[in-house]
Design a protein around this ligand. Structure first.
Ligand SMILES: [Zn+2]
Length: 378
Protein backbone atom coordinates (compact mmCIF):
# COMPACT_ATOMS: atom_id res chain seq x y z
CA UNK A 1 0.00 0.00 0.00
CA UNK A 2 1.53 3.28 -1.12
CA UNK A 3 0.50 6.63 0.37
CA UNK A 4 1.23 9.64 -1.82
CA UNK A 5 1.05 13.32 -0.90
CA UNK A 6 0.89 16.15 -3.43
CA UNK A 7 1.06 19.56 -1.80
CA UNK A 8 3.42 22.11 -3.33
CA UNK A 9 2.70 24.71 -0.60
CA UNK A 10 4.10 22.60 2.26
CA UNK A 11 7.50 21.35 3.37
CA UNK A 12 7.97 17.60 3.58
CA UNK A 13 8.21 17.90 7.36
CA UNK A 14 4.86 19.71 7.51
CA UNK A 15 3.29 17.03 5.34
CA UNK A 16 4.60 14.30 7.60
CA UNK A 17 2.89 16.09 10.51
CA UNK A 18 -0.41 16.70 8.71
CA UNK A 19 -0.74 13.14 7.45
CA UNK A 20 1.07 11.38 10.31
CA UNK A 21 -1.88 9.15 11.09
CA UNK A 22 -3.10 8.23 7.59
CA UNK A 23 -1.69 4.69 7.83
CA UNK A 24 -3.23 4.14 11.25
CA UNK A 25 -6.57 5.56 10.04
CA UNK A 26 -6.51 3.28 7.04
CA UNK A 27 -5.96 0.18 9.17
CA UNK A 28 -8.65 1.33 11.63
CA UNK A 29 -11.17 1.88 8.83
CA UNK A 30 -10.34 -1.44 7.16
CA UNK A 31 -11.07 -3.20 10.45
CA UNK A 32 -14.36 -1.32 10.86
CA UNK A 33 -15.42 -1.95 7.25
CA UNK A 34 -14.38 -5.59 7.17
CA UNK A 35 -13.38 -4.85 3.58
CA UNK A 36 -9.86 -3.87 2.45
CA UNK A 37 -9.03 -0.53 0.88
CA UNK A 38 -9.82 -0.73 -2.82
CA UNK A 39 -6.43 -0.19 -4.44
CA UNK A 40 -2.70 -0.19 -3.88
CA UNK A 41 -2.16 3.55 -3.75
CA UNK A 42 -3.91 6.45 -1.95
CA UNK A 43 -3.09 10.00 -2.97
CA UNK A 44 -3.92 13.07 -0.87
CA UNK A 45 -3.69 16.49 -2.52
CA UNK A 46 -3.61 19.87 -0.76
CA UNK A 47 -4.29 22.87 -2.99
CA UNK A 48 -5.05 26.52 -2.20
CA UNK A 49 -8.80 27.02 -1.80
CA UNK A 50 -9.71 23.51 -2.89
CA UNK A 51 -13.05 22.13 -1.73
CA UNK A 52 -12.79 18.79 0.06
CA UNK A 53 -13.60 16.06 -2.39
CA UNK A 54 -12.85 12.38 -2.38
CA UNK A 55 -12.49 10.47 -5.62
CA UNK A 56 -11.55 6.90 -6.23
CA UNK A 57 -8.19 6.46 -4.42
CA UNK A 58 -7.55 10.21 -4.46
CA UNK A 59 -8.59 12.98 -2.09
CA UNK A 60 -8.42 16.71 -2.68
CA UNK A 61 -8.29 19.08 0.31
CA UNK A 62 -7.69 22.79 0.80
CA UNK A 63 -4.34 24.09 2.06
CA UNK A 64 -6.19 25.66 5.00
CA UNK A 65 -7.29 22.19 6.08
CA UNK A 66 -3.63 21.17 6.18
CA UNK A 67 -2.66 24.31 8.16
CA UNK A 68 -5.40 23.54 10.70
CA UNK A 69 -3.75 20.19 11.46
CA UNK A 70 -0.36 21.89 11.87
CA UNK A 71 -1.97 24.28 14.38
CA UNK A 72 -3.70 21.47 16.27
CA UNK A 73 -2.96 17.82 15.42
CA UNK A 74 -6.41 16.81 16.71
CA UNK A 75 -8.04 18.80 13.89
CA UNK A 76 -7.37 16.10 11.31
CA UNK A 77 -11.04 15.16 10.98
CA UNK A 78 -11.07 15.98 7.27
CA UNK A 79 -8.23 13.52 6.60
CA UNK A 80 -10.28 10.78 8.30
CA UNK A 81 -13.56 11.94 6.75
CA UNK A 82 -12.26 11.82 3.18
CA UNK A 83 -10.35 8.57 3.72
CA UNK A 84 -13.50 6.93 5.15
CA UNK A 85 -15.30 7.84 1.92
CA UNK A 86 -13.03 5.33 0.19
CA UNK A 87 -15.39 2.77 1.75
CA UNK A 88 -18.67 4.60 2.39
CA UNK A 89 -19.26 6.52 -0.86
CA UNK A 90 -16.83 4.87 -3.26
CA UNK A 91 -17.17 1.17 -2.40
CA UNK A 92 -20.63 1.35 -0.81
CA UNK A 93 -22.75 3.88 -2.67
CA UNK A 94 -26.28 4.92 -1.76
CA UNK A 95 -28.79 3.70 -4.32
CA UNK A 96 -30.32 7.19 -4.56
CA UNK A 97 -29.72 10.54 -2.83
CA UNK A 98 -32.54 9.57 -0.43
CA UNK A 99 -29.98 7.58 1.57
CA UNK A 100 -27.09 10.05 1.26
CA UNK A 101 -26.61 9.89 5.04
CA UNK A 102 -25.07 6.44 4.48
CA UNK A 103 -22.10 8.36 3.05
CA UNK A 104 -21.93 11.56 5.09
CA UNK A 105 -23.51 10.58 8.40
CA UNK A 106 -21.51 7.35 8.29
CA UNK A 107 -18.11 8.96 7.75
CA UNK A 108 -18.88 11.74 10.26
CA UNK A 109 -19.62 8.99 12.78
CA UNK A 110 -16.37 7.20 11.87
CA UNK A 111 -14.38 10.39 12.42
CA UNK A 112 -15.64 10.31 16.02
CA UNK A 113 -14.94 6.58 16.28
CA UNK A 114 -11.37 7.05 15.04
CA UNK A 115 -10.85 9.94 17.45
CA UNK A 116 -12.04 7.71 20.26
CA UNK A 117 -9.55 5.05 19.14
CA UNK A 118 -6.59 7.41 18.78
CA UNK A 119 -7.18 10.27 21.24
CA UNK A 120 -9.69 8.79 23.67
CA UNK A 121 -13.28 9.15 24.72
CA UNK A 122 -13.17 12.91 25.33
CA UNK A 123 -12.43 13.62 21.66
CA UNK A 124 -15.23 11.42 20.37
CA UNK A 125 -17.60 13.01 22.89
CA UNK A 126 -16.55 16.35 21.48
CA UNK A 127 -17.53 15.29 17.95
CA UNK A 128 -20.87 14.06 19.26
CA UNK A 129 -21.56 17.26 21.23
CA UNK A 130 -20.68 19.50 18.28
CA UNK A 131 -22.83 17.41 15.92
CA UNK A 132 -25.72 17.78 18.33
CA UNK A 133 -25.32 21.56 18.46
CA UNK A 134 -25.33 21.72 14.64
CA UNK A 135 -28.41 19.55 14.41
CA UNK A 136 -30.25 21.46 17.14
CA UNK A 137 -29.47 24.71 15.37
CA UNK A 138 -31.06 23.69 12.05
CA UNK A 139 -33.95 22.09 13.90
CA UNK A 140 -34.57 25.34 15.82
CA UNK A 141 -34.42 27.22 12.51
CA UNK A 142 -37.34 25.08 11.33
CA UNK A 143 -35.43 22.87 8.88
CA UNK A 144 -37.04 19.51 9.44
CA UNK A 145 -37.02 16.36 7.38
CA UNK A 146 -36.36 12.74 8.07
CA UNK A 147 -32.85 11.41 7.62
CA UNK A 148 -33.78 9.27 4.62
CA UNK A 149 -36.54 10.65 2.43
CA UNK A 150 -37.78 10.61 -1.14
CA UNK A 151 -38.74 14.27 -0.82
CA UNK A 152 -35.87 15.91 -2.70
CA UNK A 153 -35.52 17.49 -6.10
CA UNK A 154 -31.81 18.22 -6.36
CA UNK A 155 -28.92 16.33 -4.72
CA UNK A 156 -28.13 19.43 -2.60
CA UNK A 157 -31.52 19.06 -0.89
CA UNK A 158 -30.13 15.98 0.83
CA UNK A 159 -26.98 17.66 2.15
CA UNK A 160 -26.54 19.77 5.29
CA UNK A 161 -26.50 19.11 9.05
CA UNK A 162 -29.42 16.68 9.03
CA UNK A 163 -27.50 14.32 6.75
CA UNK A 164 -24.06 14.87 8.31
CA UNK A 165 -24.78 15.56 11.97
CA UNK A 166 -28.08 13.83 12.68
CA UNK A 167 -26.85 10.94 10.53
CA UNK A 168 -23.78 10.54 12.75
CA UNK A 169 -25.86 10.97 15.92
CA UNK A 170 -28.31 8.25 14.89
CA UNK A 171 -25.37 5.85 14.45
CA UNK A 172 -24.01 6.82 17.89
CA UNK A 173 -27.47 6.17 19.32
CA UNK A 174 -27.75 2.80 17.57
CA UNK A 175 -24.34 1.79 18.91
CA UNK A 176 -25.45 2.81 22.40
CA UNK A 177 -28.72 0.90 21.94
CA UNK A 178 -27.34 -2.47 20.74
CA UNK A 179 -23.81 -2.35 22.18
CA UNK A 180 -20.33 -2.22 20.67
CA UNK A 181 -19.92 -5.85 19.60
CA UNK A 182 -23.20 -6.08 17.68
CA UNK A 183 -22.83 -2.61 16.20
CA UNK A 184 -19.36 -3.12 14.75
CA UNK A 185 -20.22 -6.61 13.51
CA UNK A 186 -23.32 -5.11 11.89
CA UNK A 187 -21.28 -2.42 10.16
CA UNK A 188 -18.89 -5.04 8.76
CA UNK A 189 -21.77 -7.24 7.60
CA UNK A 190 -23.49 -4.27 5.94
CA UNK A 191 -20.33 -3.12 4.18
CA UNK A 192 -19.26 -6.59 3.00
CA UNK A 193 -22.75 -7.44 1.74
CA UNK A 194 -23.05 -4.16 -0.15
CA UNK A 195 -19.63 -4.57 -1.80
CA UNK A 196 -20.42 -8.20 -2.69
CA UNK A 197 -23.74 -7.12 -4.25
CA UNK A 198 -22.09 -4.62 -6.56
CA UNK A 199 -21.77 -1.62 -4.25
CA UNK A 200 -25.27 -0.13 -3.97
CA UNK A 201 -27.01 0.12 -0.61
CA UNK A 202 -29.92 1.72 1.17
CA UNK A 203 -30.91 2.29 4.80
CA UNK A 204 -32.91 -0.95 5.09
CA UNK A 205 -29.75 -2.90 4.20
CA UNK A 206 -28.03 -1.36 7.21
CA UNK A 207 -31.07 -2.28 9.32
CA UNK A 208 -30.93 -5.91 8.15
CA UNK A 209 -27.22 -6.23 8.94
CA UNK A 210 -27.68 -4.68 12.40
CA UNK A 211 -30.64 -6.99 13.09
CA UNK A 212 -28.63 -10.02 12.03
CA UNK A 213 -25.70 -9.18 14.32
CA UNK A 214 -27.69 -7.93 17.31
CA UNK A 215 -30.32 -10.67 17.13
CA UNK A 216 -33.11 -8.17 17.64
CA UNK A 217 -35.67 -6.53 15.36
CA UNK A 218 -34.72 -2.92 14.64
CA UNK A 219 -37.55 -1.86 12.33
CA UNK A 220 -38.86 0.36 15.13
CA UNK A 221 -35.48 2.11 15.44
CA UNK A 222 -35.11 2.77 11.71
CA UNK A 223 -38.79 3.70 11.23
CA UNK A 224 -38.35 6.32 13.93
CA UNK A 225 -34.83 7.70 13.63
CA UNK A 226 -34.16 7.21 9.91
CA UNK A 227 -37.62 7.60 8.36
CA UNK A 228 -39.47 9.62 11.00
CA UNK A 229 -39.44 13.04 12.66
CA UNK A 230 -38.62 12.73 16.32
CA UNK A 231 -40.89 14.21 18.98
CA UNK A 232 -39.67 16.94 21.32
CA UNK A 233 -39.07 15.56 24.79
CA UNK A 234 -40.18 17.88 27.56
CA UNK A 235 -39.57 16.94 31.17
CA UNK A 236 -39.95 18.26 34.68
CA UNK A 237 -39.09 16.78 38.02
CA UNK A 238 -40.19 17.24 41.60
CA UNK A 239 -39.06 15.94 44.96
CA UNK A 240 -41.18 13.72 47.17
CA UNK A 241 -40.12 12.21 50.50
CA UNK A 242 -37.48 9.60 49.61
CA UNK A 243 -37.87 9.98 45.85
CA UNK A 244 -37.61 12.11 42.75
CA UNK A 245 -40.56 12.02 40.38
CA UNK A 246 -39.81 12.71 36.72
CA UNK A 247 -42.58 13.49 34.26
CA UNK A 248 -41.75 13.18 30.59
CA UNK A 249 -43.90 14.25 27.69
CA UNK A 250 -43.34 13.33 24.05
CA UNK A 251 -44.55 16.11 21.79
CA UNK A 252 -44.92 14.62 18.34
CA UNK A 253 -47.46 13.03 16.04
CA UNK A 254 -47.33 9.76 17.97
CA UNK A 255 -45.35 8.42 20.92
CA UNK A 256 -42.05 6.75 20.11
CA UNK A 257 -40.13 4.00 21.81
CA UNK A 258 -37.14 5.80 23.30
CA UNK A 259 -34.52 4.35 25.62
CA UNK A 260 -33.52 7.01 28.11
CA UNK A 261 -30.76 6.95 30.71
CA UNK A 262 -31.60 8.92 33.84
CA UNK A 263 -29.07 9.86 36.51
CA UNK A 264 -30.02 11.35 39.86
CA UNK A 265 -27.30 12.56 42.17
CA UNK A 266 -27.67 13.45 45.84
CA UNK A 267 -25.07 14.23 48.46
CA UNK A 268 -24.96 10.51 49.28
CA UNK A 269 -25.36 8.64 45.97
CA UNK A 270 -25.66 8.70 42.18
CA UNK A 271 -28.55 6.56 40.97
CA UNK A 272 -28.62 5.45 37.32
CA UNK A 273 -31.68 4.05 35.64
CA UNK A 274 -32.50 3.18 32.05
CA UNK A 275 -36.15 3.43 31.09
CA UNK A 276 -37.92 2.81 27.80
CA UNK A 277 -40.48 5.48 27.03
CA UNK A 278 -43.48 4.32 25.01
CA UNK A 279 -46.26 6.76 25.88
CA UNK A 280 -47.06 10.40 25.23
CA UNK A 281 -46.80 11.12 28.97
CA UNK A 282 -45.03 9.10 31.59
CA UNK A 283 -44.30 9.57 35.25
CA UNK A 284 -41.33 7.81 36.83
CA UNK A 285 -40.56 7.56 40.52
CA UNK A 286 -36.90 7.11 41.45
CA UNK A 287 -36.24 6.32 45.13
CA UNK A 288 -33.21 8.24 46.44
CA UNK A 289 -31.70 9.20 49.76
CA UNK A 290 -29.96 12.42 50.73
CA UNK A 291 -30.15 16.00 49.51
CA UNK A 292 -30.93 16.31 45.79
CA UNK A 293 -28.17 17.85 43.67
CA UNK A 294 -28.80 16.82 40.06
CA UNK A 295 -31.45 15.25 37.84
CA UNK A 296 -30.03 14.38 34.46
CA UNK A 297 -32.30 13.16 31.68
CA UNK A 298 -30.44 11.43 28.85
CA UNK A 299 -27.30 10.84 30.89
CA UNK A 300 -24.40 10.71 28.45
CA UNK A 301 -26.27 12.83 25.89
CA UNK A 302 -27.06 10.02 23.45
CA UNK A 303 -30.25 11.36 21.90
CA UNK A 304 -29.75 13.52 18.79
CA UNK A 305 -31.44 16.47 20.54
CA UNK A 306 -31.45 17.33 24.22
CA UNK A 307 -34.45 16.88 26.48
CA UNK A 308 -36.11 20.18 27.41
CA UNK A 309 -35.88 20.01 31.16
CA UNK A 310 -36.50 22.97 33.42
CA UNK A 311 -34.01 23.09 36.28
CA UNK A 312 -33.20 25.64 38.95
CA UNK A 313 -30.18 27.95 38.71
CA UNK A 314 -28.60 26.04 41.61
CA UNK A 315 -29.00 22.64 39.97
CA UNK A 316 -27.68 23.86 36.63
CA UNK A 317 -24.61 25.40 38.26
CA UNK A 318 -23.97 22.15 40.11
CA UNK A 319 -24.29 20.22 36.83
CA UNK A 320 -22.03 22.64 34.95
CA UNK A 321 -19.33 22.00 37.54
CA UNK A 322 -19.83 18.37 38.52
CA UNK A 323 -21.58 16.24 35.90
CA UNK A 324 -19.10 13.44 35.12
CA UNK A 325 -19.21 13.81 31.33
CA UNK A 326 -18.60 16.69 28.94
CA UNK A 327 -22.09 16.37 27.43
CA UNK A 328 -23.67 16.92 30.85
CA UNK A 329 -21.54 19.92 31.75
CA UNK A 330 -21.94 21.61 28.36
CA UNK A 331 -25.70 20.96 28.37
CA UNK A 332 -25.93 22.66 31.77
CA UNK A 333 -23.91 25.69 30.62
CA UNK A 334 -26.12 26.13 27.56
CA UNK A 335 -29.27 25.73 29.68
CA UNK A 336 -27.94 28.40 32.08
CA UNK A 337 -27.32 30.77 29.18
CA UNK A 338 -30.88 30.14 27.92
CA UNK A 339 -32.36 30.59 31.38
CA UNK A 340 -30.60 33.94 31.76
CA UNK A 341 -31.93 35.18 28.41
CA UNK A 342 -35.56 34.86 29.51
CA UNK A 343 -37.53 37.83 30.93
CA UNK A 344 -37.91 35.96 34.23
CA UNK A 345 -34.15 35.39 34.54
CA UNK A 346 -33.32 34.76 38.21
CA UNK A 347 -31.16 37.33 40.00
CA UNK A 348 -28.04 35.08 40.21
CA UNK A 349 -27.83 35.45 36.40
CA UNK A 350 -25.66 38.49 37.11
CA UNK A 351 -22.98 35.94 37.98
CA UNK A 352 -23.25 34.04 34.69
CA UNK A 353 -20.43 35.81 32.80
CA UNK A 354 -18.02 35.08 35.65
CA UNK A 355 -19.10 31.43 35.73
CA UNK A 356 -18.67 31.09 31.95
CA UNK A 357 -15.22 32.69 32.09
CA UNK A 358 -14.22 30.30 34.84
CA UNK A 359 -15.48 27.22 32.95
CA UNK A 360 -13.76 28.46 29.77
CA UNK A 361 -10.52 28.29 31.77
CA UNK A 362 -10.99 25.38 34.13
CA UNK A 363 -13.17 22.66 32.64
CA UNK A 364 -11.11 19.52 31.98
CA UNK A 365 -12.76 18.94 28.56
CA UNK A 366 -11.77 21.10 25.59
CA UNK A 367 -15.29 21.10 24.12
CA UNK A 368 -16.80 22.45 27.36
CA UNK A 369 -14.16 25.19 27.52
CA UNK A 370 -14.98 26.11 23.91
CA UNK A 371 -18.74 26.16 24.51
CA UNK A 372 -18.27 28.32 27.62
CA UNK A 373 -16.06 30.71 25.69
CA UNK A 374 -18.55 30.98 22.86
CA UNK A 375 -21.39 31.60 25.34
CA UNK A 376 -19.41 34.46 26.92
CA UNK A 377 -19.30 36.12 23.50
CA UNK A 378 -23.06 35.86 23.12
ZN1 LIG B 1 -18.06 13.79 2.98
Amino acid sequence: MELRLLAPGFTSEELRTIFARTGEMLRFLERRAGVPFNGTRYTQVLLPGAPAQEMNVLTLMGEDDGRAVLDDPREDYLVTHELAHQWWANQVTCRTWSDFWLHEGMVSFLVAAYKEFHWGREDSDRERILARLRYEKVHAAGKRRSLATEAWERAEDMSGPITYSKGALVLHLLRHEIGDAAFWAGLRTFTRAAVAAGGLAESRDLQKAMEQESGQPLGWFFDQWVYGLEPDLVARHREEPGAVVVEIEQRGSQPWRIGLDIAVETDTERVLRRVVLTQARESLRLPVTGRLLSVRLDDGGWLPRSVQHERSWEMLVWQALHEPDAAGRSDALLALADLCKTPEAPSPCAGLPALLHQRAEDDPARVVRQIAERAVGE
